[in-house]
Design a protein around this ligand. Structure first.
Ligand code: SF4
Length: 214
């Protein structure tokens, strides 16, 4: 496995990401924290573009757990049937809305444990919500971050929890909050899975990947 990059290199890499994009944003549309939870839960094995298309009308009708319950499972299915695993996801959206109403007064909780207790909300979804809404330096490791971490040594690890730990332990603290989005955007648009655009990469001189695509 590739070695963890030294601190000084990581500092330089994230300084460059910051100069390029000081306030990186996620690309999942939402209008409040509840719709953020739903959008992230729907995004498993789906693209952000696909989820945004489906939630555009859904969130106009149902932007609170109460309104989602009023819409019902069949109504949710009608809106999200273009997304993979839509039946199961619709079920979870209703169940998590019910739990928010029954146990949290209709509000989205801000602790990891409470978030992960919601149906359809795993560690990754909880981390995205903690990071994007509650501004915790939580690191949601998706397929892009996992690939980049192990390709470059920015945050290597044999599984997502190890990669998450590598980010928390090694990336300079001032970059922790935005590290998640910088890495996702870098993986989505530059350090792509099959054909990384190394010729147009702002950290090429610092990257040890041996099969650079020049
Ligand atoms: S140089 Fe290539 S492999 Fe290295 S980070 Fe940039 S795009 Fe990825």
């Amino acid at each position: 496995m590739i070695k963890q990059m030294p601190y000084q290199t990581l500092h330089e890499i994230f300084s460059r990401f910051q100069t390029q994009e000081a306030e990186p944003k996620g690309e999942l549309d939402h209008v409040n924290v509840y719709t953020l939870v739903v959008a992230v839960a729907l995004s498993a094995q789906a693209t952000d573009v696909g989820v945004n298309k489906a939630t555009k009308e859904l969130f106009k009708i149902a932007d609170t757990p109460e309104k989602m319950l009023a819409l019902g499972e069949a109504g949710v299915i009608e809106h999200i049937k273009t997304i993979g695993l839509f039946r199961n996801k619709a079920k979870n959206v209703i169940k998590l809305s019910q739990k928010l109403v029954d146990e949290f007064g209709g509000k989205v909780p801000s602790s990891r444990a409470a978030l992960e207790s919601l149906p359809g909300v795993g560690r990754k979804t909880a981390n995205v919500v903690l990071n994007m809404w509650f501004h915790h330096p939580a690191q949601a490791v998706d397929t892009h971050i996992f690939r980049i971490g192990n390709r470059t040594g920015i945050c290597p690890g044999k599984d997502v929890v190890a990669v998450e730990r590598a980010i928390e332990d090694n990336i300079p603290v001032e970059f922790q909050h935005h590290a998640h989005h910088w890495l996702i955007l870098h993986g989505r648009y530059v350090c792509k899975a099959r054909a990384p655009v190394c010729g147009n990469c702002i950290i090429r001189d610092l990257c040890p990947f041996e099969e650079k695509n020049l």
